[in-house]
Design a protein around this ligand. Structure first.
Ligand code: VGL
Ligand code: ZN
Length: 232
């Protein structure tokens, strides 16, 4: 059960609702994840629980964002990759997948889906604002040496200020932003859970199976909204 933590330890849970935006949902999202909209009723139910902090995140890109295939001549969305170099340290690089244009600031695709209940949300955290870097994690970009100011969000500060001990993550996409957000959460010291029925993956069920194995190996717990921990 979600709220079955042992009474002996402090339990101040936060809920992170990752990127429940039009562009990630059928029928018309530019980067629609199958079943993305179907998880909203469960998320709305979770938002009724007494989390000490309820935060939604939004992917919030400028039109010139490095993750858009359209910004790389000859590149194809989904199949091409590009190398990202830290503008402040050319030795730090990583390879990243290219996508259709998505979640551009000021466009309808950037909006949270209207079915999501916003009233319980304490904050909306924007990520991916720096055109130079991909930012799947809602905490910070993978470029950390040094970190780019526009690619570090206020999320960690908000969790710390609220005395959060446990972080529960739901949303889209399970194999990208949910995954990286959960991995950063655990590496920053929070006990971290992903709720299985509360996410959907770009890579479908196979993408989720791979993600579960990877995040569990790194200390993230995968739970079901009603049920025991998931074993991989
Ligand atoms: C995401 C691909 C590109 C996500 C964001 O929210 O998982 N995926 N940008
Ligand atoms: Zn994005």
């Amino acid at each position: 059960m979600l709220f079955d933590a042992s009474a002996a330890e402090p339990f101040r849970p936060a809920l992170l609702v990752v990127d429940m935006q039009e562009d990630f949902c059928p029928p018309s999202g530019s980067l629609a994840v199958e079943g993305g909209r179907d998880i909203v009723p469960l998320i709305n139910d979770l938002l009724k629980l007494p989390f000490v902090l309820k935060i939604a995140t939004k992917d919030h890109h400028p039109p010139g964002h490095v993750s858009f295939a359209s910004n790389h001549p000859g590149a194809q969305p989904f199949s091409s990759t590009t190398t990202i170099v830290n503008p402040a340290n050319a030795r730090e690089t990583y390879e990243t997948r290219l996508w259709p244009n998505h979640c551009v600031a000021g466009t309808p695709g950037n909006e949270l889906v209207p079915e999501l209940d916003r009233a319980p949300l304490d904050h909306i955290v924007l990520k991916g604002r720096d055109p130079r870097v991909e930012m799947y994690s809602a905490f910070r970009s993978p470029l950390r040496d040094p970190p780019l100011a526009d690619a570090v969000s206020e999320l960690a500060e908000r969790l710390t200020a609220a005395g959060v001990t446990h972080v529960f993550v739901v949303g889209i996409a399970g194999d990208y932003c949910v995954k990286d957000t959960a991995l950063d959460s655990v590496s920053l010291g929070w006990r971290t859970y992903v709720i299985e029925e509360g996410t959907r993956c770009v890579g479908g069920d196979a993408g989720w199976a791979e993600t579960v194995a990877e995040i569990q190996a790194k200390g993230v717990r995968v739970v079901r909204a009603a049920g025991p921990e998931v074993q991989s």
